[in-house]
Design a protein around this ligand. Structure first.
Ligand code: G3P
Length: 223
């Protein structure tokens, strides 16, 4: 199982990467926008410094046409580092670019997936990750769990070297449902994870354990 952070916020990454079992970081232009008009490539290189090379870094292309997407992917690899996974929207032009980049031996993440059709085309193209947009799919009444489970079945059946990295989560239940349905990886905002762990039920349980020990032994530490 892989957990990734869907953010480009350096403070959140510095604080939370050491605390959580994180496998990588994903970004897209809308996530970058939240950081303001940053110096993009140095910012991405700083994210790499924070997460190291043992974690994966996924950065999105901007062009719509196949050659433009291929050029963007090379820009990301040249300007950030050669271990970056270019994230490519799963359009006709995107699929053609993914095919070319895979021929070149480049790791690719297929993004913007709302349907089984986009998913199986990306799997057949040989991408490394595919990113179904859980909340966005659910908002337009697409069967998120069924889509992920079908795609996971295709990956198993054809022994495809591809992982489903579900994205676009608005609550932690969606994350669990994606994993239950067969997603191999999930990418989410660090704040979503932190909010889930900040439930009063969890903190109350810890308080009660310590209070009970103190009532018994008159101390709050183990002997
Ligand atoms: O990684 C893709 C994801 O960031 C899309 O999320 O919140 O814009 O639906 P959202």
């Amino acid at each position: 199982m892989e957990i990734l952070f869907d953010t480009a916020n350096l403070q959140d990454l510095e604080r939370m990467v050491p605390l959580y079992p994180v496998h990588g970081v994903t970004t897209n232009p809308s996530i970058i926008k939240k950081e303001g008009r940053i110096d993009f490539y140095p910012h991405m290189r700083r994210i790499r410094e924070i997460i190291g090379y043992e974690r994966t870094l996924h950065a999105q292309v901007l062009a719509r046409d196949t050659q433009g997407i291929i050029d963007d992917a090379h820009r990301l690899l040249d300007q950030i580092d050669d271990k970056v996974y270019p994230k490519i929207p799963t359009t006709e032009e995107g699929l053609a670019a993914m095919h070319q980049l895979k021929e070149e031996g480049i790791k690719v993440t297929a993004t913007g997936i709302y349907s089984k059709t986009q998913g199986f085309l990306a799997i057949a193209t040989g991408v490394d990750y595919l990113a179904p947009y859980y909340n966005r799919m659910q908002s337009i009444d697409i069967d998120t769990r069924g889509t992920i489970s079908t795609l996971a079945g295709f990956i198993d059946r054809f022994n495809a070297p591809c992982k489903i990295m579900a994205a676009s989560f608005k609550n932690i239940a969606q994350v669990s449902h994606a994993l239950e349905s067969g997603a191999h990886a999930v990418t989410m905002s660090p704040k979503l994870l932190r909010a889930a762990l900040s439930s009063p039920d969890i903190t109350d349980a810890v308080d009660v354990f310590i209070a009970d020990w103190e009532k018994t032994f008159g101390t709050t530490s183990l002997p």
